[in-house]
Design a protein around this ligand. Structure first.
Ligand code: FAD
Length: 325
């Protein structure tokens, strides 16, 4: 029996969430006794396949077909299910990224499998097969039992730290078979945001709300983000007013993130905003209103004017960085 992990790559470079998923599978395998197989689709830069062994893959199935160089949920689900059937797989682990979210239900149908999306901890297998996930926009947890023979889990980013195990994995080339149904929808063009840390992968996030007053004031948040190595995010009204792109909008109707540190600048902390960020490990809220609801959800609060506090944080972060060199 085997656990199959979808190792997602962008332009041939594996995402951090893929290493988290491989490590998660390797940890699960220590209790189930399964072999960990990583499926790599599309062309991957030379030498990178071995990175999957570093994080715990026993075998890497490499479907390096040019047709798979651009993500397509139909063809990807078809190929992953072919690999799953060939390798006698009972558990499939996917990163809960946009790609993983669109693959998981398709795979569940193809493999007749039970699916739990947004898993946040290792499975409990002493009686049955139970996994924990967040529900109600992160306000509660659910323990879900999967009873089907094949089980599919999508793992929430930043909920399982990648661990280096440095295994020596066998690499097997895989030639997928395609049919017309695998390509009824196709991406015509992919435009990537370059030079920025992807929000969903970021360990540190600096976020701004309506208290920022206008788009012209974002330079100080971007400077703080650059010094810290953080991604930038915003509240819904900010993206609705086109101060920032919609891709940065976090919350109930935006992206859900789980960074190690979330710094909220001039954001009130409405329940719909907290829905997307409350699973962050540490939350720092900066607000001039001591009664702002964010302070109830934050681990650290600074009552003050962001236009005074943020520049001071930038200086402190720069000093800290230079003292480390
Ligand atoms: C169905 C639905 C879905 C929604 N989904 C989302 C969502 O996904 N994400 C989301 O963010 N919102 C969402 N909202 C909107 C949400 O209810 C709030 O209106 C929104 O989050 C408020 O954004 P804000 O905190 O930036 O602005 P405000 O509520 O206007 O808060 C601005 C804050 O900045 C502070 N401030 C002002 N000036 C300064 C200063 N100089 N220094 C320090 N602090 C200052 C103020 O004290 C205030 O607390 C949704 C609403 C609905 C009804």
């Amino acid at each position: 029996m085997a656990i199959l992990v979808f190792a997602e790559n962008i332009d041939g470079i594996y995402k951090k969430s893929s290493f988290e998923a491989v490590s998660y599978a390797a940890a699960t395998a220590t209790t189930t006794g399964d072999k960990v197989i990583a499926a790599s689709l599309g062309t991957v830069e030379g030498g990178r396949l071995e990175e999957l062994a570093r994080y715990g893959a026993d075998k890497i199935v490499n479907a390096a077909d040019k047709k798979l160089d651009t993500f397509n949920p139909q063809s990807y689900a078809s190929v992953i299910s072919q690999i799953a059937k060939q390798e006698n797989v009972t558990i499939v682990v996917l990163p809960n990224t946009y790609s993983g979210k669109s693959l998981a239900p398709r795979l569940a149908v193809k493999l007749n499998a039970g699916l739990v999306s947004g898993v946040i901890s290792l499975p409990e297998i002493s009686s049955g097969f139970k996994v924990k996930k967040t529900v109600f926009s992160g306000k509660a947890f659910a323990d879900v039992e999967i009873k089907t023979q094949v089980k599919i889990l999508s793992l929430t980013s930043n909920s399982y730290s990648p661990k280096e195990l440095n295994k020596a994995a066998e690499i097997a080339e895989f030639s997928p078979s395609f049919n017309d149904a695998d390509f009824t929808c196709q991406s015509v063009e992919v435009k990537r945001v370059s030079g920025k840390i992807p929000l969903t992968e970021a360990e540190l996030v600096v976020s701004g709300g309506r208290g920022m007053k206008g788009p012209e004031n974002w330079a100080m948040l971007e400077e703080l983000a650059t010094v810290l190595g953080a991604a930038t995010a915003c509240s819904k009204p900010v993206s609705d007013m086109h101060w920032r792109p919609h891709s940065e909008h976090v919350g109930q109707t935006g992206i859900t993130i789980k960074p190690n540190l979330y710094i909220a600048c001039g954001i009130s902390g409405a329940i719909q905003h907290l829905a997307g960020v409350s699973s962050s490990k540490v939350i720092v809220a900066i607000n001039k209103d001591p009664d702002a609801p964010f302070f109830k959800a934050a681990d650290y609060g600074i009552v003050g004017d962001i236009f005074e506090v943020v520049p001071k944080l930038v200086i402190a972060a720069k000093n800290l960085k230079s003292s480390q060199h």
